[in-house]
Design a protein around this ligand. Structure first.
Ligand code: FAE
Length: 551
């Protein structure tokens, strides 16, 4: 795909609307069957190797750590500027079907592909009707990492495409009046006139057809969510997404294999979702200048004697075992391992002396984007539907009044649950710090579960009122027994190497020429909406400046 075609994809409807938030929710899995690893799944490792992994001793002009949003933007734009790029990705390539003929597992049937090196699933919704739903699965380099960081579980995508492989695709540009609080040192005019439109174009963002939305069973849950919101005086807004809406129409019409309408999302989507593999990464590969090494995990970065940087890495097999260690050199290194991945690397490298001149802002300013989940129990006359599209398309906007935006999220269980489910993004002011734990030889995060209370309070400004109006109650069976709030997790980690603090105003790490941060670690903890459009737009802004002035 050419850059031109990437840009030509901006949906006019989307860019005019000044979107509102939603979130990438997605949900628990009602697992019934657990697969074992089929013998041919091992071939996935082979496929990764076949995609030309980097050789030990190699030298590359630009090395990008991670293949999520920030990394993919950096790779594409550097390559277009004539720079050869090698991307290093700890997860799999996700380009080879398993024994069921599909690359990705269904949300309702997690299997060996679903979790990153776990022997038991860790579904965001842990319970249903009070019963735990997690299942044993074979340990494998699966797609979703549920990383337990002290007081919070941070969900992240693993593989070529990063979070775009597992997320809900909700592609939201924050309201302009909120931007100064999100990235105070960045020129808003420039972002809204150039970089947000460029990011939306590159990502292929579009909006559900509002007329079609009114007619289909798979969005009954959202129409019920809208009705309840509006009856309590809250605005309901449509939220853009990177799902191919025409494909979803065909799914509903029964003319193509079902994907979102069959609940595919949390463990990957086999058809309609425009993950980075189909957008930025496809365009980057098409330049002929970008190579990717999947199942390679960067462990060290340090200055080389002859200039540039020495980068150490481990090659993994699909059990997570290290099968090789490699050392390469690079003129420039872009940290794009995600907020947690980049922060953990930088904190360790500073503390252990490999990058001792990094400043004291490294590891600071981390937030959860105020994520909190809850469910409401509807009356029998308000069913939310047996079939629910896994792609959310609307939400309740109470940001100005209460500091919350609540995505009306699907619960694609395949049965009628009479539940309305929500993932709220809230204005939570708490910020945590990553620190080096020398005794344990690992990086810790000091987030406390109790720090979610401001998020719960803000979400309650919406749902207490709706419950009072509708005569309904909260579900207490989704996150344990007798537990209303999903306050144990985030889908939206942000910060840890904050722009204009740990780096300069364009992501250049202070203390080292040629080292850059270009992912969610730059954003100080909250975007007021789902983060990936902002991460992409900021990366577009920063890489343009870096190419113009540093190369
Ligand atoms: P990210 O996409 O996480 O990419 C980092 C990559 O680096 C990953 O592929 C890692 O495997 C790799 N990596 C990490 N450490 C290393 C290492 N040492 N060596 C090599 N590779 C490494 O980073 N956001 C939205 O805007 N809308 C949504 O609808 C939405 N829904 C979500 C639903 C779920 C379930 C989840 C988990 C997230 C969701 N998000 C959503 C968040 C979004 O995916 C996330 O903000 C971005 O993916 C972050 O982009 P980054 O480029 O920072």
């Amino acid at each position: 795909m050419s850059d031109k075609s990437l840009h030509s994809k901006v949906s006019k409807g989307v860019s005019r609307r000044g979107f509102m938030a939603g979130t990438g929710s997605i949900l628990g899995a009602l697992a019934l069957a657990v697969n074992t690893v089929p013998a041919r799944a091992e071939g996935v490792t082979g496929a990764a190797v076949a995609s030309a992994p980097i050789d030990s001793g190699a030298h590359v002009p630009a090395l990008v750590i991670g293949t999520g949003y920030g990394g993919s933007v950096a790779a594409l734009r550097l390559a277009q500027a004539g720079v050869d790029v090698h991307m290093i990705e700890m997860g799999m390539a996700w380009d080879t079907p398993g024994s069921d003929g599909k690359i990705f597992a269904n949300t309702t049937k997690p299997d060996y592909r679903s979790y990153w090196l776990r022997t038991r699933t860790k579904a965001p919704l842990s319970n249903f009707l009070g019963f735990p739903i997690d299942k044993d699965v074979p340990r494998y380099t699966g797609i979703l990492d549920a990383e337990e960081m002290g007081g919070i579980i941070v969900y992240q995508g693993r593989g070529v495409g990063g979070g775009s492989l597992v997320n809900g695709g909700m592609a939201v540009t924050p309201k302009r009046q909120n931007f100064a609080a999100i990235l105070p040192s960045v020129d808003a005019e420039e972002m809204y006139s150039t970089y947000y439109p460029r990011a939306n174009a590159g990502l292929g963002v579009g909006l559900v057809d509002p007329d079609w939305f009114e007619t289909v069973d798979c969005y009954q849950f959202a129409r019920v969510g809208r009705k309840h919101a509006q009856r309590s005086g809250f605005p309901f807004v449509f939220v853009p997404d990177v799902y191919d809406w025409d494909y979803m129409k065909q799914e509903v019409a029964g003319t193509v294999p079902k994907s979102a309408v069959d609940g595919e999302i949390l463990y990957g989507n086999n058809a309609g979702k425009k993950s980075l593999q189909k957008t930025y990464i496809a365009a980057a590969r098409a330049t002929g200048r970008v190579a990717i090494s999947p199942l390679h995990r960067v462990t060290t970065v340090s200055p080389s004697a002859g200039g540039g940087y020495t980068v150490g890495m481990e090659q993994l097999d699909t059990t997570g075992a290290v099968v090789a260690t490699k050392t390469v050199t690079a003129d420039r290194v872009f940290f794009a391992a995600g907020s947690v991945g980049t922060s953990k690397l930088l904190v360790r490298l500073k503390a252990t002396g490999a990058l001792a001149d990094l400043n004291d802002e490294i590891g600071k300013g981390w937030g959860d984007n105020g994520n909190v989940m809850c469910g409401r129990a509807n009356h029998m006359w308000d069913p939310t539907g047996k079939v629910q599209a896994s792609i959310p398309c609307g939400g309740i906007d109470n940001w100005d009044a209460g500091g919350a935006f609540a995505e009306v999220a699907p619960l694609p269980t395949g049965i009628e649950t009479y539940a309305s489910f929500y993932l709220s993004i809230t204005k939570n002011p708490n910020r945590a710090e990553f620190t080096w734990n020398a005794a344990a030889g690992k990086v810790d995060l000091n987030w406390q579960t109790a720090w979610k209370q401001p998020s719960i309070d803000m979400a309650k400004t919406i749902f207490d009122k709706i419950n009072a109006k509708e005569g309904t109650i909260y579900r207490t069976d989704l996150f344990g027994t007798n537990k209303i709030w999903g306050d144990h997790l985030t889908y939206h980690p942000l910060g840890g190497a904050v722009l204009n603090r740990a780096t300069d105003n364009y992501g250049r790490l202070r203390g080292y020429t040629g080292l850059y941060v270009i992912d969610g670690a730059l954003i100080p903890g909250n975007t007021s909406v789902n983060p990936f459009v902002t991460i992409t737009a900021l990366a577009e802004r920063n890489i343009e400046k870096i190419i113009a002035t540093d190369l």
